[in-house]
Design a protein around this ligand. Structure first.
Ligand SMILES: [Zn+2]
Length: 132
């Protein structure tokens, strides 16, 4: 089966990777709604949240909470929005969308690959060693 998110896990140079551990992988959305818009995915291919076993379900959200804390710290975000989505890609993914004061979240930004990678490296430098 061809899944672009699974290919990002195998070949992380194809995306702006923020970090990973044994079970999760995080990278920046290629068309971010705000600066630092991050996708968190389980390394195991799962089509939706309800295909995860209980432990993986819990670990996914615990990982998202860790990354959200790092996004707040590294980018000075006011708060982090969470969206569970599976519309565009058949691989479960959580969107962590940093919110900044007076910024609309409903318009995606155009951003160069180089800028996206610089942003991912900046965020990754704040991550705890277990998730980098
Ligand atoms: Zn996949």
């Amino acid at each position: 089966m061809s899944c672009i998110f699974c290919s990002f896990i195998r070949e992380s140079h194809r995306c702006a990777k923020v970090g990973e551990d044994d079970l999760l992988f995080a990278f920046l959305d290629h068309a971010p709604m705000t600066r630092g818009h991050t996708l968190v995915i389980p390394k195991v291919h799962a089509e939706d949240l309800f295909h995860l076993d209980h432990d993986m379900y819990r670990l996914l959200f615990e990982g998202a909470r860790r990354i959200a804390a790092e996004l707040r710290m590294s980018l000075g975000a006011h708060r982090i929005e969470l969206v569970v989505e599976g519309y565009g890609q058949p691989h479960l993914h959580l969107h962590l969308v940093p919110q900044y004061e007076n910024k609309s979240v409903y318009k995606r930004r155009q951003i160069s690959t180089q800028e996206l990678i610089r942003e991912a490296e900046h965020i990754a430098s704040f991550l705890v060693p277990a998730f980098s």
